[in-house]
Design a protein around this ligand. Sequence first.
Ligand code: B4P
Length: 185
Amino acid sequence: MARRILLLGPPGAGKGTQATLIASALHVPHISTGAMLRAAVAAGTRLGKQAESVMASGELVSDELVVAIVDERLSQDDARCGYLLDGFPRNVAQAEALNDSVVDAIGTVVLLNVDTEEVIVRMMRRAEEEGRSDDNEEAIRRRLEVYSGETTPLVTFYDSAVLEVDGMGSVEAIFSRIMIALAKS
Ligand code: B4P
């Protein structure tokens, strides 16, 4: 059966890290809106120019833009047999738009639970290593507010499809917890 998984969690929870491992283990494409937007910014496309300052401030890029890039990505052949969505949907409007365009768009939601102090530590560490424009104190605070106000309602939206996984500890330990939870679902 096609696995259509959404990986949910606060900024810095390790979604990007875990998504790469899960997608490779399940042989499904890893679809990250954050990565697609960063690629557009790096390439200097019209989309990238529109998204750049919004992302750097920690706000969400407009639903219209993001829904359009995901619709296009999900129409590609490799997404027909399942996918792992990382960072989309990020609010209820995006989740409804996804449901309108794909039948049974999400089968399972993996919710990574990580303490706020720990996500701040991870993002500040990445700021030193990679210098991402939204890994600074002000943008991190705003991303956490946006997550709590706009993204956490998705837990109620997806309700019984949600599997909660402890996202504290080593990358390997968290990956193993996720795979065990998925195997039982
Ligand atoms: P994302 O790229 O999705 O960024 P994020 O939520 O901050 O998560 P990220 O993937 O970076 O962190 P991760 O947990 O992997 O979005 C960036 C921006 O794009 C958004 O703010 C928004 O502006 C825009 N955007 C994206 N999707 C959108 C949408 N649908 N609608 C509107 N706007 C959208 O990793 C964090 C760090 O922790 C890494 O350095 C990693 O190496 C480290 N780490 C991971 N696991 C660890 C562990 N177990 N222990 C220690 N460190 C760990």
